[in-house]
Ligand binder design. Sequence first.
Ligand SMILES: Nc1ncnc2c1ncn2[C@@H]1O[C@H](COP(=O)(O)OP(=O)(O)OP(=O)(O)O)[C@@H](O)[C@H]1O
Ligand SMILES: [Mg+2]
Ligand SMILES: [Zn+2]
Length: 418
Amino acid sequence: MAEQPAYVAIARKWRPLTLEDMAGQTHVTRTLKNALASGRIHHAFLFTGARGVGKTTAARALARALQCLEGPTASPCGVCGPCVDILAGTCPDVVEIDGASNNSVDDIRDLRDGIRYLPAVARFRVYVIDEVHMLSKGAFNALLKTLEEPPPHVKFIFATTEVNKIPETILSRVQRFDFKRIAASVVVNRLRTICDAEGMAISDAALRMVARAGEGSMRDAQSLLDQVISFGGTDANDAQVAEILGMVDRGVLYEMLTGLVKSEPDRCLDAIASVHESGYEIAQFTGELLELVRNAALVALSPGARKHLDVPEEEKDRLTGLVEGMSAEHLSRTFQTLLEVHDQVARANRPRMVLEMAVARLVAIRPAQNLGPLVERLVELERRLRGSGVTVPPPRTVPLSSTGARGREPSDDPEGER
Ligand SMILES: Nc1ncnc2c1ncn2[C@@H]1O[C@H](COP(=O)(O)OP(=O)(O)OP(=O)(O)O)[C@@H](O)[C@H]1O
Ligand SMILES: [Mg+2]
Ligand SMILES: [Zn+2]
């Protein structure tokens, strides 16, 4: 019987081999590619940023880019001695050191002894120190001497999640690159490529949930995709994915937002009931709702704000349609209220009630309609009245109440206050 191939985690199997292949982080990869092309290559690099966003990946890709016999080049050939050996982890001229377990002065002294030798097979001796913030004070001092005047054949690549633990003296001697959290849309694209290549039939909507749950970390998103596949199979449907991830269904979030925007309390209460019944944390729901309301407020504020929303175009269109004619101010007040509610919900014994009462308050506030067209109509009316010879009293200033839309005398309001 043929042996089953060992299962390799997606994050490991799909680690990009070149800077070119990396998703996002273009501010880093572009600069590195330019440096490689121009040959003006710094002797020490520091890669910082959140977990799972590509620091170690970029460090290895850069090592290969520096060492390829065809290089230095951003597109290493993949077939020369150093390229092959680095991939196999057997290249004597690329030394990977885990700062967490090799953090003593002696370790760094060994390193300093090592850098005196010329490279054995490749162009440089490249030292990659991962988790460099774990080095002891003495080790940093020993490193500093080397960093001040390294031999020309030595390159350092440091990676860390905690740049604040790196001494200033070291920071001033390295070229620093700040890796960013990766936008959900970029993560989704990457997951899509992986799913297609691996024959996994997971929908785009489900991949968006996975990306959101990964919170900007590509590794976390990929590990979550592993989980989805192992619990739900390679054809897990959206509801299963939501359940595995413990995420709130997007549809329910939109019901809630629509209810708030259109002042339809039933929609909101139904949405809350469904969140409650499916066993999700109400606090998680309000957290996601906050982001959705923020998106809605930005869309209402200006069409240009759409570029700041990390959601797919269809969702932006949907939001734009939903908030049409609404003021950003009203939405921002809704946000403010929900922010307080979100805090309360996290602490409350009966979070559902807290949210329901918030809905009662929010729906009672009448949406502040855009006053512009109304004012224009009044001005036009006044002009017509004057034209017909009617005496029009001079304008009276009416104090605008805090809700904006109520800047009228109650008697002016044919519908009465709600
Ligand atoms: N920018 C990226 N593009 C594509 N894949 C990525 C990217 N960043 C991370 N990954 C995926 O996540 C895995 C982990 O990435 P990597 O080890 O580079 O993260 P890291 O930033 O060093 O994280 P840590 O701080 O936890 O060490 C990689 O194997 C790869 O599959
Ligand atoms: Mg790392
Ligand atoms: Zn090569």
